[in-house]
Design a protein around this ligand. Structure first.
Ligand code: FES
Length: 93
């Protein structure tokens, strides 16, 4: 099973493949915060430190929002991501 590493919290969490980050982070009480849960507020912005290819691909509305926010290339909206393999994330500053 994939391991979601939340670098900010120094936690390695084993998850089912296809789990949404929002569900894992809320169950595990990580320091990643969520607002709208719909890709519209930016509260859940994360940096993908390792293995971005192991997150679900970006859909158009996430891409548009990140462009509007002038996000870095390694930033994603945690509420829009599913874990497909080992991946390391941290809270975006
Ligand atoms: S919780 Fe609002 S964009 Fe993710």
């Amino acid at each position: 099973m994939p391991i979601l590493t939340v670098k900010t919290d120094k936690r390695n969490i084993t998850v089912e493949k296809g789990s949404s980050i929002i569900d894992v982070c809320e169950t595990e009480e990580t320091s990643i915060l969520f607002g709208c849960r719909d890709g519209a507020c930016g509260a859940c912005m994360i940096r993908v430190v390792e293995h971005p290819e192991n997150l679900s691909p970006m859909e158009e509305h996430e891409k548009d929002f990140l462009e509007t926010m002038a996000a870095r290339e390694d930033e994603r909206l945690a509420c829009q991501c599913k874990v497909l393999g080992d991946v390391t994330i941290e809270v975006s500053e």
